[in-house]
Design a binder for this molecule. Structure first.
Ligand code: GMT
Length: 379
């Protein structure tokens, strides 16, 4: 199959899922064409059947806002036509779904049929997409896509609640590549970071408000009153400065390391004892799945799709958003007994295995086959 994948090229979850999916599809013999304004961050290797097509937006003085969606649409028309793609898979509704639907209509006028699979990832529906000004375009493009998938039941429900979507949405969850994400022997690293045998709490995110990183710091403050512990913060983003200030205000700086963006996040996760994800909303929680694959249990909020991944009392605990007290007491419960911690770690790994890449990628392949075979009645 020849598959076009449209995604954001940044470290965000949707771009990561799209890129890992494309890499996996290429290894299964498909030809994969990534289309974006920059080479995706996780696209770290090329093979004979992976291609990247950059979308270039001209910056004319007339435009206060460069017309990215128009440039993307034109690029999609161009790539579908000349690479003879069989299917376009767009990740994140805004503006990828509407650009793809527009490209599909332009191509149809030339007698070329291209099916569109749109995958919803979360903030395109729960935050950005909810903005009333986007609603007509998002609803229309979802209804006009050949198939729509969402990464959790929760996101599927949110989509029906906030948009006038009249068609079926299939749930295909996030997946994990155990070749990369599994516990690695990093004892020397753990000794360097936690020389006195401190328990290591980890949080990774893009430091946006929705991640509630302030709760991570507050939970850590309470855990440290009971247990010898350290906190590793991985990632960067708009809230970083506020969080640094909070660490100073709470007098916690000596126990917290800001590691910034890390390419080899699996190495950091491998030395972790507990992952914290107190997000306001989270359609799935890929970062938690990555931690669980590395045998790190999760104390999280019970928001959005997180309960579809983190099993309360088994792989960690689910707490109400903002309930720092309960999060801290659950963290202390897990960390204060070595046998218990070991059980939670094993449970986390076993649960992650249910989202193994080899179980999920075939679901997308089946979907592509289905839409390709559907053809188009008018062509
Ligand atoms: O979490 C983010 O802020 C990035 C965001 C994205 O769209 O790039 O991630 C979303 O997609 C991931 C992959 O499907 C999900 O695992 C994340 O839960 C989801 N984030 C939110 O819903 C906040």
């Amino acid at each position: 199959m020849k598959i076009g994948i449209v995604c954001y090229p940044t470290y965000g979850g949707s771009g990561v899922v799209a890129t890992e999916l494309g890499k996996a599809l290429s290894m299964r013999g498909h030809q994969v064409h990534f289309i974006s304004y920059k080479q995706p961050a996780r696209l770290d290797f090329f093979t004979g059947n992976i291609f990247f097509h950059e979308v270039y937006v001209s910056h004319y003085p007339l435009f206060d806002f460069p017309p990215y969606e128009t440039a993307l649409t034109s690029r999609l028309v161009d790539v579908v036509k000349f690479e003879k793609l069989d299917v376009l898979h767009v990740h994140y509704a805004i503006p990828h779904a509407s650009a793809a639907v527009m490209a599909k209509q332009i191509l149809a006028a030339e007698g070329i049929h291209i099916p569109i699979v749109t995958t919803l990832h979360g903030t395109d529906i729960t935050l950005v997409g909810k903005d009333k000004s986007f609603e007509p375009v998002v609803s229309y493009s979802l209804n006009q896509s050949t198939r729509v998938t969402a990464v959790s039941d929760s996101l599927k429900r949110d989509t029906y609640e906030h948009f006038r979507v009249t068609r079926a949405i299939e749930v295909i969850p996030n997946f994990i590549d155990f070749d990369r994400f599994s516990k690695q022997a990093k004892e020397h690293f753990k000794k360097a970071v936690a020389p006195a045998g401190e328990k290591l709490l980890i949080h990774t995110s893009n430091f946006r408000k929705v991640k509630r990183v302030e709760d991570v710091v507050k939970v850590f403050g309470k855990v440290r009153e009971a247990i010898n512990a350290k906190l590793l913060l991985v990632g960067d983003g708009p809230e970083r400065q506020n969080i640094e200030q909070l660490c100073r205000d709470l007098n916690l700086c000596d126990g917290i390391s800001f590691l910034g963006k890390q390419d080899a996040v699996e190495e950091v996760l491998s030395i972790g004892d507990l992952f914290l994800m107190p997000s306001e909303t989270e359609s799935f929680g890929l970062a938690a799945l990555e931690a669980m694959a590395c045998e790190v249990p999760v104390v999280s909020s019970n928001a959005g799709g997180i309960p579809e991944l983190n099993v309360d009392g088994v792989t960690g605990f689910l707490c109400n958003v903002g309930d720092v007290e309960t999060m801290a007491s659950k963290a202390i419960y897990i960390l204060s007994d070595e046998d218990r911690l070991k059980t939670f770690k094993q449970n986390a790994r076993n649960r992650a295995n249910e989202f193994h890449i080899s179980a999920i990628v075939p679901k997308y392949e089946a979907l592509y086959n289905e839409v390709i075979q559907l053809g188009h009645p008018s062509i």
